[in-house]
Design a protein around this ligand. Structure first.
Ligand SMILES: [Cu+2]
Length: 167
């Protein structure tokens, strides 16, 4: 798959937020983080807030650490389930779309090694704009046990959910 390099940006989350804005990038990613894993754990989630200035769809993701998929988590018949978002996650123009535990997330599966805290994982997000033009955004996502800035809370429930990726 070939992407236009026009909108490609390497954003080191946090430090590069201002630089992104300065370049007038159409897509802004804030507060990205990926959840730590323990040895033997095959899957985890990456979370962030994405704003597409002119609207776009998040159509996919790739990562060197394993298989990446855009997932949606929701209740079905009283059971929390997650599925790949088919056709892309809609990012309405100018609206911050939150990917967070219990909702949309980027699933990282078939992990080659545990994700340790205070490391980063490379993550490439693929977008398609209203005209169908594809672009990608390369991120270095910090690994953390809980959402940065969020109050510490038990993560056991989220972990159990992530043990069952829908294939
Ligand atoms: Cu998932």
């Amino acid at each position: 798959m070939k992407f236009k390099s026009l909108m490609t940006a390497v954003a080191l989350v946090g430090t590069a937020a201002a630089a992104c804005a300065a370049h007038g990038d159409a897509i802004d990613v804030q507060n990205a983080w990926a959840r730590t894993t323990v040895p033997g754990q095959q899957a985890t989630g990456a979370f962030m807030t994405i704003t597409a200035k002119d609207g776009a769809k998040l159509v996919g993701a790739t990562s060197a650490v394993g298989v990446a998929q855009v997932h949606e988590m929701k209740m079905e018949n009283g059971i929390m389930k997650m599925n790949e978002v088919k056709g892309g996650l809609d990012l309405p123009a100018g609206k911050a779309v939150e990917l967070k535990p219990g909702g949309y997330h980027v699933m990282l599966m078939d992990l080659k090694a545990p994700l340790a805290k205070e490391t980063t994982v490379p993550l490439t997000l693929m977008f398609k704009d209203a005209k169908g033009v594809e672009s990608k955004l390369e991120l270095k996502v910090p690994v953390a046990a809980v959402a940065p800035g969020a109050a510490a809370k038990p993560a056991a429930m989220d972990h159990s959910m992530h043990m069952m990726p829908a294939k």
